[in-house]
Design a protein around this ligand. Sequence first.
Ligand code: ZN
Length: 505
Amino acid sequence: MASGSEKFERLAALVAEVVNLRQASGILYWDQQTMMPKAGAEARGNQMATLDKLAHEKFTRPEIGQLLEDLRSHEASLPHDSDEASAIRVTRREYEKATKLPPDLVERLSRAANDGFGVWLQAREARDYQVFRPALERTYGLMREVADVLGYQDHPMDPLLDQSEPGMKVAEVETLFAELRETLVPLCQAIFAKVDAVDDRPLRQRFPHDQQMAASREAARIAGFDLETRGRLDLSVHPFTIGFSPNDVRITTKVDEDFLTTSFFASLHEAGHGNYGQGVPAKFQQSLLDDGPSAGLHESQSLLWENVVGRSRAFWEFYYPSLKRVFPAQFDGVSMESVYRAVNKVQPSFIRVDADEVTYNLHVMLRFELEKAVFDGKLALKDLDEAWNAKFKDYLGLTPPDDLAGVLQDIHWTGGFGAAFAGYTIGHVSCLQLYEKACRDIPGLEAGFARGEFAPLLGWMNRNIHAHGSKFTPQELLERATGRPLTAKPYLAYIRRKFGEIYGV
Ligand code: ZN
C-alpha cells in the first residue's frame, strides 16, 4: 500500500497537469489581449474553451477525490502551516467547489455570461438598462441556483463571496461598509465643497505615447517589478496582470496621450500585482498555492504601489526630477507640490474605475448594497436603474445623465451577480492595514521613498505576504502579518490625514 508521501506525490503530479493546462490557456488569453489580430477571436475562443474543458475534466476526475480522502490522516499528522498540509487543504477546497456544481449548471452559466456580454453591449449602445434587464434576471436566477447548490447558513451571497474571498461573510462586509460610510460620506461632502482647491491641469496636456511608455517602464522598475528577465510590460485595452511562474509575469498598461496619469498609475498598479506574482516562491510552481489567496489581497498589493506609494509626497520628491527630464516642456514652471496635489485630486465622478482614493469605496458600497437588496427580495431587478441613481445621488451628490454613466458601466454583471465587487474595498482596507504594520516594523520607511528607497517595503511584503502563496485564507494571512483581523481603521486614518491636509478639511 502506498504511503502518505507517495500519495501526495501522485496528487501533486495530477494537479501540476491541471495547472499547466490552465496556464497554457492563460498564455492564449494574454496573446488575445495584447497581440492577436481582431479576426482571430473565433478560433481563439475555441482553443481556450478546449483547454479549459480539459483542465476541468482532469481536475474533477475521481482519482483526485480518492487521493484527497486517503490523505486525510497524513494531512492531520502534519503541521497546519506546512507546505504539504496546505497544498492538500487548498486542493481539497478547490476540488469540492469544482465538483459541487453540476456540469449542466456550469454550461448554463458560461452560456449566460456569453449572451449577457452581447446584450450588455447592445444596452450600452442604447444607453438603456431595460435592454440589459432580461439578461441580468437570467444571471441572477443562475446565481441563486449556484448559492443553493453550494449551500449557506446565513446569506445566499455568502457562497458567492466565498469564491473570490474564501471564508469572508456578507455580514462582515456589511460591518466594514457601515464603518466606511460613517467617515467617507461626510468627508466627501466636505471635499466636494472645495473641489477647486486642487488643479489637475498640469496632468491634462499632450504627453506623447513613447515617452509615456518610458515613464511607465520606469514606474514599474521603481516598484521593484523585474522587467528584464522575469517580466514584460505591454499594451492592452484593459490593463491586467497574468503570471505563469515567478519567472514569467506579464503586466499591461494603456495610454491616453491627453492625460498622464492613466498609463503611469495603471503601470504602478499592475506592477504591484506583478510583484505578488514574482514574489511567490518557486517551490509553489505547478501547485494551487502558486498565487495569492484572494482577489482582495491581490488588490492590496496593487493599491499599495499605485496609491500609498505612487501618490505619496515622498515618492514625488524622489521621482519628479526624472519625470521633468522626460517632459521638460509640459512641466516647465510646475512645482512638485502642485503635481503631488494634482495626482490626489478628489471629485465626484460617475465611473468607478476613474474614481479617486476617497470616493472609490462609495462606488463599491453602492453596488454591494444594491446586490444585497435584490437577494433579500427588497429590490426588483426592473427597478435597479432607479435605485442606482437614487443611491448615487445620496452618496456622491450626482445623478447619472444616462444608464451608460450609471448602472450599465461595469462588465461584472454580464457574467455574475452578487459579491463580485467587495474584493476591491477589502483590497483598499487590507492594503493600509499591511502598510501601517510595515511602517511600524521599519522605522523611516516612508521617508526613504524620497531617496528612492522602495526595496524595504517590497521586502516586507515578500516576507509577510508573497512568501506564503495561498497557503492561508486571506483572513489568516492578514492576521499573521499584522497581528489582528481585517479592520478599516488604518485606511480611514490614512484617508483623513492625507486628504484632510490637501483640502484643509
Ligand atoms: Zn487590480
